[in-house]
Design a binder for this molecule. Sequence first.
Ligand SMILES: *[C@@H]1O[C@H](CO)[C@@H](O)[C@H](O)[C@H]1NC(C)=O
Length: 201
Amino acid sequence: MNFLIIFLIFLNINLVFSANILAIFQYPFYSHQFTNQKLMKELALRGHNLTIFTSHLFNYDNLPNVIQHHFKDSSKINDKYTNMLEYKQKNLNWFQIDQRELKTYYETTKSEILHPEMQKIIKNNEDQKFDLIIIECCFCHLIFLAEIYDCPVIYFGASDVSFIWHGLMGNDVNPALYSDFQLIPFLHRHLTFFERVQSLI
Ligand SMILES: *[C@@H]1O[C@H](CO)[C@@H](O)[C@H](O)[C@H]1NC(C)=O
């Protein structure tokens, strides 16, 4: 009987591998953060160590393997430069909208890179190790962290991403066939010849 119990216990033993994961959710909108938070919680419940940077803090029920850092200025910066209603009222063209969006990303990126905890991650004076980096954003400038930590990076976006980032991830796109997502009016349809030329330029 004892032998049978021990045999059954060994039969149920699985090897558990946990990883140190750095997760960065930069885009300061709840809709962009919500799914990531659920995913992070499931990863934490499976025993992975998570270091999360986010614009929207989430209640992880004090799980000891989750460390959260708050990009608290991101939403404020975004609200300052991006205003869809104003775009509409002033009837801004896609080029003008693009300039405003780029300004938003520039300013949020600057504040996030200068975040004291992100500075520690970038400098890595304590020789911390990460097995995986997960990044959600439209612009994946923090991809350089994968070089610092010599680990794979999973990059995903709730919307499409710019060609430059597709290229960085090894997924080159021909701009004469598909427009960059920043060329908003050209999305989701076949391009005319002149749209192809604009897209290429
Ligand atoms: C996760 O963190 C705990 C506590 O700091 C540590 O003991 C464990 O080794 C870490 N796991 C990995 C995969 O590094």
